[in-house]
Design a protein around this ligand. Structure first.
Ligand code: HEC
Ligand code: HEC
Length: 377
């Protein structure tokens, strides 16, 4: 029967070629690389076929009902805050300020002391140390993706980058100065007066302009060329097989997309993973300390996962040294400390575990694949 088989060949060949080209291996002996009902662990040829389309056409992720998820996608260009358009001169001034110790009381700390480009724009420490080498209580996040985060800080206490930039200057455990004192110092410096005059129509240096310049610089850092970005832009080979399996697990069985979704892999929401140390000396109740809402107790803002491989250690308190540890933590459903038997009437509300966390039963291979995916971000 020559005719039907030629017909069949015409149907199968494009799929087979696609699979061969994208997987670099012979196509499986069937007419489509994916079975009709997708198993939990589809083979790589099937995954390559599914994920070679633009991400808007990927299969839906597995998220709990009611979650307003966004698909993973290339990071868009950051949007400037109205009233603070980025210009090359403003970015340059912001960069100068970011790396300048002039903003700290002791003239020993710059923003870059804790957000070091060589350390993924973080500081590689469990918690940062600042003025007089005092330890802070939280881990420094990378600022590379902060253009896509709102609100800012682990507890969301700053709404914009412009506003955020003034906090560390005044924080007694960080630069231990004040925005006004920093402004007075800058006004006494002729080269800063010149730089501000070049950037702003109304050149008198003030805290507002200081925040604007630093924010413009931070927006210019937005990363665009990770392996994952190249994959998203259509380079099928940018992700290795393990990374591709990890991507699929991230979107399905592992449940990560419930919170880490959209281009920056964050819902910009707040969740309690159980790392609050309620009632202990290290207690940190996160968002609750800002809003006073008992429901916010123990909640921290979901961090972006862009560039996450280079910003160990992890979590708001830097408690987990490696990505493999983070994944093992999620696989058992996060931390579930028990409330004290008899809590004092004045005690802070005990944080409730986030309902989106549960044991996932991921195998060792799964965890390795997920880690490989995180390395590609
Ligand atoms: C002493 C170390 C230190 C210095 C100096 C410092 N930071 Fe930070 N930065 C941190 C820590 C720690 C956090 C997290 C604190 C929190 O969330 O409560 C942080 C948070 C941030 C965030 C929020 C990121 C996010 O994902 O929410 C931005 C943006 C930022 N810093 C920018 C700056 C700028 C700009 C300067 C200089 C004006 C600066 N930092 C100086 C340690 C530092
Ligand atoms: C319930 C929402 C939620 C889910 C589900 C979730 N995360 Fe997170 N993730 C967070 C929050 C919130 C934090 C910060 C928590 C803290 O510091 O207390 C975080 C922190 C992280 C960090 C540390 C990042 C850093 O810069 O410190 C990594 C890595 C991470 N998550 C990866 C994953 C992966 C992989 C999955 C799936 C296995 C996952 N997350 C599932 C909300 C979530």
């Amino acid at each position: 029967m020559r005719f039907p088989s030629r017909h069949l060949l015409r149907l199968c060949l494009p799929v087979a070629i696609l699979a061969m080209v994208s997987a670099g291996m012979p196509a499986p002996a069937r007419d489509t690389p994916c079975p009709p009902a997708l198993p939990a662990h589809p083979d790589v040829a099937c995954l390559r076929a599914l994920y070679s389309a633009p991400s808007v056409r990927w299969p839906s992720p597995e998220v709990e009902p009611g979650i307003a998820w966004q698909e993973l996608a290339p990071l868009p260009l950051p949007v400037d805050l109205p009233g603070n358009p980025s210009t090359p001169a403003k970015i340059k001034l912001g960069r100068r300020l970011f790396f300048d110790t002039v903003l700290s009381r002791s003239r020993q700390l710059a923003c870059a002391s804790c957000h070091d480009p060589d350390l993924g724009w973080a500081d590689g420490r469990r918690v940062s140390f600042g003025h007089d080498r005092q330890a802070g209580r939280r881990n420094a996040p990378s600022v590379a993706t902060s253009a896509h985060m709102a609100p800012l800080f682990w507890d969301g206490r700053a709404a914009t980058l412009e506003e955020q930039a003034l906090h560390p200057i005044a924080d007694p455990t960080e630069m231990s100065f004040s925005a006004d004192a920093a402004v007075r110092r800058l006004r006494r410096d002729a080269s800063y007066r010149r730089d501000f005059a070049e950037v702003f129509a109304q050149p008198r240096i003030d805290a507002n302009k200081l925040g604007q310049a630093i924010a413009a610089f931070e927006r210019s850092l937005s990363p665009r060329n990770s392996r994952f970005d190249r994959f998203l832009r259509g380079n099928a080979h940018a992700l290795e097989d393990a990374q591709l399996r990890g991507l699929h697990l991230f979107r399905t069985t592992a449940g990560c997309m419930n919170c880490h979704n959209g281009p920056a892999l964050t819902d910009n929401g707040f969740h309690n993973l159980g790392l609050h140390f309620h009632g202990r000396s290290r207690q940190d109740l996160g968002r609750y300390e800002i809003t006073g809402d008992p429901a916010d107790s123990g909640r921290f803002r979901t961090p972006s996962l862009r560039g996450v491989a280079s910003t160990a250690p992890y979590m708001h308190n830097g408690l987990i040294p490696r990505l493999s540890g983070v994944l093992a933590f999620y696989n058992v459903g996060g931390a579930r400390p028990r409330p004290p038997a008899a809590s004092a009437a004045h005690a802070d509300p005990f944080p409730q575990p986030d309902p989106l966390l549960r044991p996932r039963g991921l195998s060792r291979q799964d965890l390795q694949d997920l880690e490989a995916f995180l390395q590609a971000l």
